[in-house]
Each structure stands twice: as structure tokens, then as C-alpha cells.
Design a protein around this ligand. Sequence first.
Ligand code: GDP
Length: 324
Amino acid sequence: MKQLSLAEDPCPKQILEFQSESKIVLNEENLREILLQPAIKNKQVCIVSIAGTFRQGKSFMLNFFLRYLTLKYKLKKSVPQNWINVEDGDISGFPWKCGSERHTLGILMWPEVFIAEIPSGEEVAIILLDTQGTFDNQTTKQNCAGIFAISTLISSVQVYNLKDKITQLDLEHLEYFSEYGRLTLNTDSSSTHFPFQSLCFLIRDWQYSFERNFGTKGGEEFLNHIFLAPDTPLTLKQQNDNIRNLFEKITCFLMPFPGEKVASAPSFQGNLEDIEQNFLKYVEEFVPLILAPENLVAKISNGNKVKVGDLFYFIKNCCKYFAD
Ligand code: GDP
């Protein structure tokens, strides 16, 4: 079957790794190759990251992001509502793996930068990040915090990928990890800027569509139910308020189960025919909410737009803070 041409050598590049239990090391060469290309380094940038517990479909979802980016911004095709087609081949790009072992290590960046024209006529470069899943039993809490904090610091959109629901523990981790990141920003409490930009809770395998429908509307209701419930105990309310004060925009999307073949068949290779239609329908709805030209969130730091080239130094600085 003909595959969509993604990149000549489609393989994500590791930009951050752990050298020992807690030492985070930057792969400067990989980062330089991607971010300091003369043709893009002066463009503004939207950087989308996906983070959360390991083995919950983060890398798999990124491949749909990649397909959308390829169709829309590389092949410059018109992207209708039903943009996922069998004719474009199997899902590929970021490797995902069946089983209980972690797969992605550190932070990976897709080497190809896509250029979008936003409604104002300006160009925005789009970069995708995959992160090592947290709580894989081999990573210390400090390293989990480091990965989550760095990916939140450097992205303009953080997708917090969760399975089934949002628990108080998920929120506790989110607050702890993001707060850890905020401390590196040196912003004083009187600053009018939010430390971080967009946070999207992506709930996988949502089972309660009879209560709240899949998609954005159900997600919004679910989020309100969690953040605005009148009977929330005071300490949890404070935690939730802290999270709301860390991110400029918080959204939620409820995603259906992709089917048994995706969830548990070791033979699953990304064939679209093995994926439930309802899952694909909601992927078709979800991805443009993040990546359509009118929805792109350009990276801002301390009120200033960050250029692709600046991101190189920004990431280097962030890593220094977490280096020891
Ligand atoms: P990551 O560690 O979070 O990046 O997870 P992966 O993307 O590597 O996927 C881990 C496993 O979950 C693979 O077997 C995928 O086929 C499967 N998977 C992908 N998406 C979903 C989903 O939405 N629900 C379920 N139950 N499994 C999924």
C-alpha cells in the first residue's frame, strides 16, 4: 500500500536523555540540527508536547498529528472533515509498542518542522515532542517531574494524556510537576503572564459516553465537573485553583476506545482497518483543534513571542536548571 511521504528518514530525534538516576543531558547536536536551520530559525513557533503515564498511547496519537501535518502543511492538500484515509497508508512515524515496557526515553523531537500560514498571514513553525511516560517503575519521581516540567516549559501546548478519567492523583502530579517547572522561570508572583500556555487533558478509552459525550463538549462538562464542583474539599480546591493559575487555557477531550487490536494485539502495525471507526472519527475532530491554522498557539515566554532559533537557547537554559 502506498505510504504518505512523511520525511526521508522518518525517525524522531532524542533531544534529552538521562545519563544517570537523575542527570538530564541535552543532545545539543540533534537540537541544533532541527532548530537552527536558516530557513526556519526566525519564524515563530508552536510546539506541541504530549505527556503522561507510560503505555497509554501517547506515541500512537502523535502519529495522527504527523499525518495531519503532512497532509495539510507538507503536501498542502485540502483537509476535509474525514481526513484519515486508508489510501494514505498505515499509521507510522513515532514508534509505539504493545506490551508493558516503556518505549520512549527522555524527550524526542520530530526532525521535520512544518510551516503553517495562520489567518493573520504570518508563518508559524510547528514542532512535535514525545516524552518518556511517567511512573514506569524505572524512573524516579524527580526524573518524572523533570521530564514533565521541561516539556511543559518548552511547549506552547501540553497534551496531558490520561486513561479513563482524571483522578485527584493525576491533578496532584500535574500541580507538582508544573510547579517544579514554574520555579525555573524566575517570574515574580506579581507577573500578569501565566507561566504556561495551553493544557489539554486528553482522556483515552472514555467509557461513560452515556453521561458525557465524546469530544470537546463532553470534555468541557467533565472538566467543569472536576474543577468547579461545589463540594470539593478546600485543599483540593486550592490545588485545582493552582493548576488553573498556571495555564492560560485548559481544555479537555474525551476519546473513545480504539479497539482490541490497537489496545492489545502484538501484531498491530498501524493498519487503519484495525482501528475502530468511532476512534478515528474523534481523532479527525481532535487533531485540528490543536493543529489547524486558526488554532495554533505560538510560543510566548514572558510576554514575548519565541522564534524557532530562540527555542534552542531556551531549551538549553531550561536543561541547565535540571542538569544536576
Ligand atoms: P506511550 O508509552 O504512552 O507512548 O504508549 P504507546 O503509544 O507506545 O502505546 C502503548 C500501547 O497502547 C500500544 O500497544 C498501542 O497500540 C496502545 N494504544 C494506543 N492508543 C490507545 C488507546 O487510545 N487506548 C488503548 N487502550 N490502547 C492504546
